[in-house]
Write a protein that binds this ligand. Structure first.
Ligand code: GLC
Length: 790
C-alpha cells in the first residue's frame, strides 16, 4: 500500500486544555485527546472540522468523564499531556504524536522521515498512521486471524469475509501467485477472515512491556506488520479515533479494552456443555434418535443444533413441516431429557411475496436499500434474499421480536451465520444502511454484531431474567457483549486443528472469550485419529461443538468405533467434571475480560520464550493444554513456564526453570498440566447434561508445590440460568493456598446470599503432592474454612 502521496498536517497550534484533555488545531482540522484513565487516552482527528462521536457500535457505553488527574504543559516546540500512567507528547512543527510511560519506556512512536512524522496522513477519505517497531518486537491480537499468534511479518485486512466462498475471497486470493498459501482460501494463511477487530498489542521485546491500540473505525482496515522497522495502519474511510493503552501488562490492557467494549456476558451453564451439530437434512425422529443414542453410549450432551434444512425452503423463522410435523413436541421431549435445541438463523430473508417475514419486512421498511432506493438483493441459500438493515434500530427491534417469537416453541439459543454479510455472488457494496443513509463500508464489519445485538435485545425483552445464548460467525469489536464466536468453516485437517489454537487465543486477547472451532473439522472428511485428537482438545476450549458440512462422513462420537468413542467419552466427561472450574473461569471473564483460552504470554509476558509459542495454551487460569496436531504422534514437547506443575493424567510433578519437556501423548490422552498452588473445583462424576445440576459435593483438587507459594483460585456457584447471580444470589468461594516451609494451608472465604437450588453439603479436598494424592472430606454448605495438610 503506497501512502507517499498522503497529506500530512504540518503544524499543531492553538493547543487548549479541556476538562478531559486537550484540543489543538491542525491546518483546518481538530485534534482532540481525552484522558479516560491514567493508562488510557483517546486520540481523535476531525473530518471537515467535525468529530464523529459514535464512529461505531464497538463501545459498550461512552466512557463517563471522570476526574482523572492530568497536566498539560507546553515548553518550546512541544506540549506534553501527562497522567500517572502515560505522557503524550505533541510536537508542534512538524506535527507529531508520541506516547511514553512515566519511566520513559515507549508506548508508541510515530515514524519519521525527512518531511516529518507519520502520525496521521490522509487522502481520498482514507487515512494512515505509521509507528516505529523494533525487528524482534511481537504483535498480538487483531481478533480472528490466520497464521501464528505473533502477527509480525505479515499484513492483515479487516473485512468480514465468507472465507470459503470464492466470490467473496477471490479478491484476496487473486493478489498472490498460485502456490502462495494466501492464494488458497482453505489455507492456514488466508486473510481476511470472518471477524474484524482493530485492536492489537505491541510488545517491546527487549523490556517485555506491552502497549495496546484500538482504532474505533468500522471501515475496511489494513494492518501491515510485514516491515522490519515500522507498522502501518490504514483505514479506507471514517475518522481516526484511537484508544491508546499504556499497559505495560497485557492483562491490564485487556481489562481496559473490555471496560470500553464490554465483556462476555455470563452464559447459561448448558452452553458450556457439549454441542452436537451437523449440516444435514434431519427430521424430527432422527433428532430424537440421535439424542437417545448419546445417552445410550453414555456421552454427555447439552445441545443439539439444527442447520438450514430444518426450515421451509431456507425461509428464516419457519419450520419444514414435513420433516418436523411437531417441533414443539419434539422440543419438549428433548427438554425433558435435558437437551436443548439451537437453530440457525441467517440474516438473508427470502425475497418471496406471500412469505410473512418478507412481507412484514417490506411493510415495515426494515430491509437495506441501495443508493437508488431499491431493496438490496443478494444470493444466499434461499436464492434472492433481502437483508435486514441492522444499522437501524427499528430493524433490530423487528428482528429481536422475530427471534423471541421463534424461540417460544422451546428453542434455547440462536445460531447466526452468513452475517459478514455473505451475499453469494452479488456484490455487497450497493447494500446501504440506516435507510440508505450510510454507504456499505461503514456497517459491513459491524453487521454481525448489530444482528446479534438485535437478537439478544429481543430475547431479553421477551425473557428478561433468562441469560441468552447466540453464536455468531462474523463479528467486530464488542461482539463479545452479545454472542460467542465459532471460527467458521475450517477444514478437517491437522493444520486447521493447530490453526484454531492461535486463532482462539487471538480472539481471546481481543475481548472475545467465548470461542471454539468446529470439532473434527467442517469441510472434507475427517478421520478417526484426527477426530480423537480434536475432541480431546475441543473439550478443553471455551465452546465445544462438533460440526461438519453436508455430504461428508458422519462425525458422531460413535462413528469411528469403540476406541474413538471411549476417547470422546473420556474427554467430554472430563469437561463435564471440570464444569465448576470452567464456569468460574467464565465468571472471571465476564468481570475482568480475562480469557478462558489464553496464550501463555497473557500470564508470562516477561518470559521471552513464550513469544512465538502458539501450539499450547492456558484453559482457565491454571490448566495448561498442549494438543497433539499431527498424525501418528504419541509424544510432544511442552513448554512449562517457570514454576511447579503437575501432569494432569499421571500426577507427575515438574519443577521447571522455564523449560521444554518431552511428554507422552498416547492417543488416549491430551497433554495437560496444572499449576502448583491451584485449586481446581470439579464434580465427582460427569452428569449426562447440566439440567438440574445441583451437586451435593464438589471436589477441590489442590496441587501442592514443594517450594513456597501463595496462589488464589475461585469457585462460583449460582443457578447458572438467570441474572439472579447479579443480585448476589450465589455462593462464591475464594481460595487462598499458602505453602510456607513445612506448612500447607488452604483458606476459603465465602460470600453471596445463596440461591434456590443450592445443594452443596460438602467439599472433598484432594491434595496432590509430588508423592501422591490424599483426600479429606469436610462438611461445607458455603461456610468459610481453613484446612491444613498434615
Ligand atoms: C456456513 C456455515 C456452516 C453451516 C453452513 C450451512 O457454511 O459456516 O457452519 O453449516 O453454512 O448453513
Amino acid at each position: 500500500m503506497k501512502t507517499d502521496n498522503y497529506a500530512r498536517f504540518a503544524r499543531a497550534h492553538s493547543i487548549t486544555q479541556t476538562k478531559r484533555g486537550l484540543t489543538a488545531a491542525l491546518d483546518g482540522e481538530q485534534l482532540r485527546i481525552d484522558v479516560l484513565a491514567p493508562d488510557v487516552v483517546r486520540i481523535k482527528i476531525s473530518r471537515g472540522g467535525v468529530f464523529d462521536e459514535k464512529p461505531s457500535f464497538a463501545l459498550a457505553d461512552e466512557p463517563t468523564p471522570m476526574s482523572i488527574g492530568f497536566k498539560v504543559k507546553t515548553q518550546g516546540d512541544r506540549t506534553e499531556l501527562t497522567t500517572e500512567g502515560m505522557r503524550v507528547v505533541i510536537s508542534h512543527e512538524p506535527f507529531a504524536i508520541d506516547v511514553y510511560r512515566p519511566d520513559g519506556s515507549v508506548v508508541f512512536e510515530s515514524v519519521r522521515d525527512q518531511h516529518g512524522a507519520w502520525s496521521y496522513g490522509h487522502e481520498n477519505d482514507s487515512f494512515v498512521i505509521r509507528r516505529r517497531v523494533a525487528k524482534s518486537d511481537p504483535i498480538y491480537g487483531l481478533g480472528e486471524k490466520t497464521g501464528g499468534f505473533n502477527r509480525r511479518g505479515r499484513d492483515f485486512t479487516l473485512w468480514n469475509t465468507d472465507v470459503l466462498n470464492p466470490t467473496a475471497s477471490g479478491e484476496f486470493t487473486a493478489q498472490y501467485e498460485p502456490g502462495d498459501l494466501r492464494a488458497d482460501n482453505s489455507s492456514t494463511e488466508f486473510d481476511p477472515y470472518y471477524v474484524s477487530i482493530p485492536f492489537f498489542y505491541h510488545q517491546d521485546f527487549s523490556g517485555g512491556h506491552i502497549s495496546g491500540s484500538f482504532i474505533d473505525n468500522p471501515y475496511r482496515g489494513f494492518y501491515d506488520f510485514s516491515a522490519e522497522d515500522e507498522i502501518k495502519i490504514h483505514f479506507g474511510g471514517g475518522q481516526y479515533t484511537e484508544y491508546v493503552f499504556a499497559g505495560p501488562d497485557m492483562c491490564r490492557i485487556l481489562f481496559q479494552y473490555t471496560t470500553l467494549t464490554g465483556r462476555t456476558a455470563l452464559p447459561p451453564i448448558w452452553s458450556l456443555g457439549f454441542h452436537q451439530c451437523r449440516w444435514f437434512g434431519y427430521n424430527q425422529d432422527d433428532v430424537e434418535r440421535l439424542v437417545a443414542k448419546y445417552r445410550e453410549v453414555d456421552v454427555p450432551l447439552d445441545a443439539f443444533w439444527l442447520d438450514i434444512d430444518y426450515m421451509d425452503g431456507y425461509r428464516v423463522f419457519t419450520w419444514n413441516k414435513e420433516r418436523y410435523p411437531d417441533a414443539p413436541g419434539m422440543l419438549a421431549r428433548l427438554a425433558d431429557a435435558g437437551v436443548k435445541v439451537i437453530t440457525i438463523i441467517d440474516p438473508g430473508v427470502k425475497e418471496d411475496p406471500g412469505y410473512e417475514v418478507y412481507d412484514d419486512g417490506v411493510k415495515n421498511q426494515v430491509f437495506a436499500i441501495t443508493e437508488g432506493g431499491d431493496e438490496y438483493i443478494g444470493q444466499v441459500w434461499p436464492g434472492d434474499t433481502a437483508f435486514p438493515d441492522f444499522a437501524n434500530e427499528r430493524a433490530r427491534e423487528w428482528w429481536g421480536e422475530l427471534n423471541a417469537e421463534h424461540v417460544k416453541s422451546g428453542l434455547a439459543g440462536i445460531w447466526n451465520d452468513m452475517n459478514e454479510p455473505a451475499t453469494g455472488d452479488k456484490d455487497p457494496l450497493p447494500m446501504r444502511f440506516d435507510q440508505g443513509k450510510y454507504e456499505h463500508e461503514r456497517f459491513h464489519n459491524q453487521y454481525a454484531m448489530l444482528m446479534a445485538m438485535g437478537t439478544t435485545e429481543g430475547l431479553l425483552k421477551a425473557m428478561p431474567n433468562l441469560r441468552t445464548f447466540v453464536l455468531s460467525r462474523a463479528g467486530s469489536a464488542g461482539i463479545q457483549r452479545y454472542a460467542a464466536n465459532w471460527m467458521g468453516d475450517n477444514m478437517s485437517r491437522w493444520d486447521h486443528l493447530w490453526l484454531s489454537i492461535p486463532m482462539g487465543n487471538g480472539l481471546s486477547v481481543s475481548g472475545q472469550s467465548f470461542v471454539g472451532a468446529d470439532i473434527g473439522g467442517f469441510a472434507e472428511d475427517t478421520n478417526p485419529e484426527l477426530y480423537a485428537r480434536w475432541i480431546q482438545y475441543g473439550a478443553l476450549t471455551p465452546f465445544a461443538r462438533v460440526h461438519s458440512v453436508i455430504n461428508t462422513i458422519d462425525q458422531y462420537v460413535w462413528s469411528f468405533g469403540d476406541e474413538v468413542l471411549k476417547i470422546s467419552r473420556d474427554a467430554l466427561k472430563l469437561r463435564y467434571r471440570l464444569l465448576p472450574y470452567i464456569y468460574s473461569s467464565f465468571v472471571t471473564a465476564s468481570q475482568t475480560g480475562a480469557p478462558i483460552q489464553a496464550p501463555l504470554i497473557y500470564d508470562h509476558q516477561y518470559d521471552p520464550k513464550v513469544r512465538d509459542l502458539d501450539d499450547q495454551y492456558l484453559f482457565g487460569a491454571s490448566i495448561l493444554v498442549a494438543p497433539v496436531f499431527a498424525a501418528g504422534q504419541t509424544k510432544r514437547d511442552v513448554y512449562l513456564p517457570e514454576g511447579e506443575w503437575f501432569d494432569w493424567h499421571t500426577g507427575k510433578h515438574y519443577v521447571s526453570k522455564g523449560e521444554t519437556f518431552t511428554v507422552d501423548a498416547p492417543l488416549a490422552t491430551i497433554p495437560m498440566f496444572v499449576r502448583a498452588g491451584a485449586v481446581i473445583p470439579m464434580l465427582e462424576e460427569a452428569p449426562l447434561n447440566t439440567k438440574g445440576l445441583a451437586p451435593k459435593k464438589i471436589q477441590l483438587h489442590v496441587f501442592v508445590p514443594e517450594g513456597n507459594i501463595e496462589y488464589q483460585s475461585m469457585l462460583q456457584e449460582d443457578d447458572g440460568l438467570t441474572f439472579d447471580a447479579a443480585d448476589g444470589k450465589l455462593v462464591r468461594t475464594e481460595f487462598n493456598f499458602v505453602r510456607n516451609g513445612d506448612r500447607t494451608l488452604l483458606e476459603a472465604r465465602s460470600t453471596g446470599k445463596g440461591f434456590d437450588g443450592f445443594a452443596r453439603e460438602e467439599f472433598e479436598v484432594i491434595w496432590h503432592t509430588a508423592q501422591g494424592a490424599s483426600s479429606k472430606t469436610i462438611a461445607n454448605a458455603g461456610e468459610d474454612f481453613e484446612l491444613e495438610l498434615s
